[in-house]
Design a protein. Structure first.
Length: 71
């Protein structure tokens, strides 16, 4: 008696569709999807500067390049 059956969830879904309409629900889902996409993009952008910083510190750690052709 404490859990909802599939029929209860279908009734709730129909009521939500009638109240909000399919267009508003589609726009809301699109907004949520774009927000998740931007969040994932920002996570990947945070990783890139760390990798670039590590590669530049490795190249400077090897020391200055010597030119053996000119004396």
């Amino acid at each position: 008696m404490g859990s909802f059956s599939l029929l209860h969830w279908l009734v709730v879904l129909v009521i939500v569709l009638l109240v909000f309409g399919t267009k508003r629900l589609a726009n809301g889902a699109k907004d949520i999807g774009s927000a998740i996409k931007e969040f994932k993009k920002s996570l990947h952008e945070d990783d890139k500067p760390t990798d670039q910083l590590g590669s530049t510190s490795q190249s400077t750690a090897s020391g200055p390049q010597q030119d053996h052709g000119k004396h």
